[in-house]
Design a binder for this molecule. Structure first.
Ligand code: ADP
Ligand code: MG
Length: 327
């Protein structure tokens, strides 16, 4: 069966309460373009929409030809369509500062004279720290709940899944931390170092962190609220990437919305005497389309043609809406 059974439009009308959508896939397959297109579509449906990039390499400003770095602004002349590139550096600095304060407090609490800086360095000098800061940034945006619909333009690698998988790991970790904090606290009370009910900022922090993670997880695993879409080109590598991604997502219980195929050369653009290069590419694409139907079948939501130019600016994004959301 080589045809779409549930289109993007149908999927959306089958999930009327959908509020958070994501686009994943290999770099360069059109995730940012799709995200922009979905945001504009949602705004056109009358929903106040935020398109947010949690990707350290931003491209929304380029797509919309408007500066949205560090601040949300209206794009595509639709006053309900906002875009926003998160300032990663700023987020990381703030997280570092927060961690420094917590560690300082803890060192005083434990009567340790070690300088906090060493701990802060080791806590923040790893790649996962950046991702976790981005994850918190994303959940903050979700919890603020200022929009009806959110589209997240996520990082192109395995990060997206790690970000979400992390919420599970976080919960476990915080659980452990809380337990050892409880033990340390009651020990202090027994030794009457401290009075009961003494303020404990570290514990407060862990508790609120745990709450936020649990809330994030419940939103992100709710298939009525959340959907992850995967973009691919009719080429082997991007197909392999999303095949892997999709399996990971099922494992984590994160709702898979479906697959969008992008960049298909249109048959009516090709003649028998077209250049060999073009004929070869068409042949290659046809073979990979077969593979796509075989692997993803009824999860294919749209097949989008390769346009004659790159997709940039309001007019092109508008044009894209008609393809991604075919009636
Ligand atoms: N259907 C299409 N036709 C022509 N160019 C496209 C199409 N989809 C995406 N592009 C272009 O391909 C490039 C990569 O798209 P982008 O959305 O930035 O990919 P990603 O975010 O996955 O890295 C951009 O220059 C974009 O304008
Ligand atoms: Mg991108």
């Amino acid at each position: 069966m080589n045809q779409i059974t549930t289109s993007m439009t149908k999927y959306m009308s089958d999930h009327p309460n959908l509020k958070y959508i994501f686009f994943g896939g290999k770099g360069g397959v059109g995730k940012t373009v799709m995200a922009g297109t979905a945001a504009l579509w949602s705004a056109k449906q009358g929903k106040k929409t935020l398109l947010a990039s949690t990707n350290p390499v931003h491209s929304l400003s380029n797509l919309f030809e408007k500066d949205v770095f560090g601040k949300a602004a209206v794009v595509c002349d639709d006053d309900r369509c906002f875009a926003f590139e998160i300032d990663t550096k700023d987020t990381i600095e703030r997280s570092k500062q927060e961690i420094r304060e917590k560690i300082n407090w803890f060192l005083r609490f434990a009567d340790l004279t070690t300088k906090a800086d060493d701990f802060v360095e080791s806590a923040t000098m790893n790649p996962a720290f950046e991702e976790s800061a981005m994850f918190e940034n994303m959940t903050d945006i979700m919890f603020r709940d200022e929009y009806d619909f959110y589209v997240f333009d996520t990082a192109p690698t395995a990060n997206a899944r790690r970000l979400l998988g992390m919420s599970k790991v976080y919960s476990l970790w915080v659980e452990k931390m809380l337990k050892s904090r409880e033990e340390a606290k009651s020990l202090r009370e027994m030794l009457s170092f401290s009075k009961k009910n003494e303020a404990d900022p570290l514990m407060d922090y862990l508790l609120s962190f745990k709450d936020r993670m649990a809330k994030a997880q419940s939103l992100l695993t709710n298939d009525q609220l959340t959907a992850f879409f995967f973009a691919t080109l009719p080429e082997s590598l991007p197909i392999a990437v999303i095949t892997r991604f999709i399996n990971w997502f099922y494992e984590f219980g994160i709702p898979v919305g479906g697959v969008v195929v992008n960049g298909l050369i249109q048959q009516d653009q090709v003649k028998k005497d077209s250049p060999e290069f073009v004929l070869n590419r068409v042949k290659m694409q046809n073979e990979h389309m077969e593979e796509i139907w075989q692997i993803f079948g009824d999860r294919v939501r749209a097949v989008i043609p390769l346009f004659e130019t790159e997709v940039k600016g309001s007019k092109m994004v508008n044009r894209m809406v008609d393809y991604l959301f075919k009636p």
